[in-house]
Design a protein around this ligand. Structure first.
Ligand code: 13P
Ligand code: SF4
Length: 316
């Protein structure tokens, strides 16, 4: 165990703090989160864990919306993120003023937003969903005869619409990481590995999702590597996830889905620049200084909590 790991563990203990990490961050942070009594998980379980834990301080290794979700659910706790600049293109693509206007123009629709949004957008929504829960929530609303306004991820929205046949009006945001995957190059790679299963996160373009054997959240894709009988997997999501996949299935072969092809700037570069801002060094400095605290207006917090709580109750 390195010196910096020991220092972080000591700080966590002294401050009654817990480290909650996403599968896309540096493997050293993922390991430390687990070894220190925290968790590494998808965005839904990160939120649930933060709410249920006894700690006074939640340290989130991930991106801003994950820190905000933790704060919304536990306003009485202090929530710190490792780098205040670590955002998400989906969050950036959905500014509250334009979004609120869009909602006002379609007031006959139930507003369902992806967790990858600001606290203000969540507060404007009726429901918050994650990639692991979107299908079931939308099916449930469709069964109640509801029409849906979906934001911000157009690819996830299109996928959910195709699967559920719900009436969905879709905001046109996207994830800059998953949008890089190229269907032509993936189809070619598949020809070279005919026995491989293709695992795809639903933030990817439709043409890539169409080639998938499994479409699902980060947790669903890790479980697929662990539980499916294939020995080789081609994986279309942020390559930070390989750390956990290798840990749960050390003898299986994992191949990155290509980002090469027409319009590409690299062959295999699916790594979120904002997730990459999380390091052991800024984990230690955040804990030591208490910098990068998430603050949310109390009224927005209260409204956003209702829409997230609906999801947690629905998926309990
Ligand atoms: P998950 O909810 O599947 O962990 O996804 C979060 C995310 O940001 C994917 O890009
Ligand atoms: Fe946002 Fe995409 Fe990064 Fe996930 S991988 S945090 S959706 S930019």
């Amino acid at each position: 165990m390195s010196r910096i790991n020991d220092q972080i563990k000591a700080q966590l203990k002294a401050k009654n703090a817990v480290l909650v990490a996403h599968y896309y961050v540096d493997g050293a942070l993922q390991d430390l989160a687990e070894a220190s009594g925290g968790i590494v998980s998808d965005s839904l379980e990160m939120a649930r864990f933060g709410q249920n834990c006894e700690a006074d301080i939640i340290v989130v290794a991930g991106v801003k919306f994950m820190g905000e979700t933790a704060k919304i659910l536990s306003p009485e706790k202090t929530v710190l993120v490792l780098d205040a600049g670590a955002t998400c293109s989906l969050d950036q693509d959905c500014p509250i003023d334009a979004f609120s206007k869009f909602c006002d123009q379609h007031s006959d629709r139930v507003v369902v937003v992806y967790a990858n949004t600001s606290a203000a957008v969540k507060a404007r929504a009726d429901w918050v969903v994650t990639s692991g829960s979107a299908l079931n929530v939308v099916k449930h609303l469709k069964d109640q005869g509801k029409k849906i306004l979906w934001a911000p991820d157009k690819h996830l929205g299109n996928y959910v619409q195709q699967q559920t046949h719900a009436d969905m009006l879709i905001w046109q945001g996207s994830c800059i990481v998953h949008e890089r995957f190229k269907a032509d190059a993936l189809a070619n790679l598949k020809k070279h590995h005919p026995q491989a299963a293709v695992l795809v996160h639903p933030e990817s373009p439709q043409s890539v999702v169409d080639l998938a054997d499994v479409v699902g959240s980060t947790t669903a894709l890790i479980n697929a590597v662990k539980n499916r009988k294939e020995q080789t997997f081609i994986i279309a999501t942020d390559n930070g996830i390989f750390h956990k996949m290798r840990a749960v299935a050390p003898h299986k072969t994992l191949i990155e889905a290509p980002t090469a092809g027409q319009g590409a700037d690299c062959e295999s570069c699916a790594h979120c620049e904002w997730m990459a801002m999380n390091t052991l060094e800024n984990c230690l400095s955040t804990l030591t200084t208490g910098n990068n605290e998430i603050k949310i207006d109390a009224f927005i917090n209260q409204k956003a909590k209702k829409s997230i709580q609906k999801l947690l109750d629905f998926t309990a």
